[in-house]
Write a protein that binds this ligand. Sequence first.
Ligand code: ADP
Ligand code: MG
Length: 248
Amino acid sequence: MIEVCDLHKRHGNFDVLRGVNLTVKRGEVAAIIGPSGSGKSTFLRCLNGLESFHQGQVSIQELTFGAETPLPIRARILRQVCQRVGMVFQSFNLFPHRSVLQNVTEGPIFVLGLARDLAEERARKLLDQVGLADKIHAMPRQLSGGQQQRVAIARALAMQPAAMLFDEPTSALDPRMTGEVLAVMTDLARNGLTMIVVTHAMRFARQASQTIHVFGEGRIIESGTPEQIFEAPRLEATRLLLNEAQAA
Ligand code: ADP
Ligand code: MG
């Protein structure tokens, strides 16, 4: 479903990504863990075209783009990639002046050209699925962080993406709200959605993912099943990371 080959990215003369390779199968949940500043967000943003990169290639289903792809062609491919890959950010990023329902229907109506009544029907189902059926007419500022993040997930799902990228979706939330959001994400994982999740929520990574990738200084330094990573990490860096997360 997703294949990343030798991804490199620089900011000035600082190498943020230094050759990332990753394959994610259809229906797989891949968790990414790693210290702050190791390039996790940059990596996710390269996958859906929010950032460009200097070397390497990304394939998402049959859409392939690389550092060498000429700009007009890349722009056309990236428009399709954006529709196929949903993204959820740490800071929710809802449209503040739109109701919950409008946040979820906007993309399907204006980007996909779906009729309003069909978009609303789809939105109501998704909001019900994330436990917010009673909030459809609320404005984002009237919701808790956990509720806003669940709207953001529903909004991304409304585009019927082939895969979803999550960048620390619970880092801004207190433990109870974190639990609400992780429960929704665990449901999605069980239903076979292909997901890449950057997270510090180790219990979630362990229980919901099939593969864990450990980032360090712009590379994936270790990959394995949750059992391998948690029970028998190969690297000292991984061991330290897991200890820190446990202490937090
Ligand atoms: P992570 O998500 O793992 O915390 P990021 O991808 O956000 O890491 O950032 C990786 C590194 O790239 C950090 O050292 C950060 O300071 C640097 N970086 C990110 N964006 C920029 C930018 N626009 N200009 C310069 N440096 C950047
Ligand atoms: Mg980050």
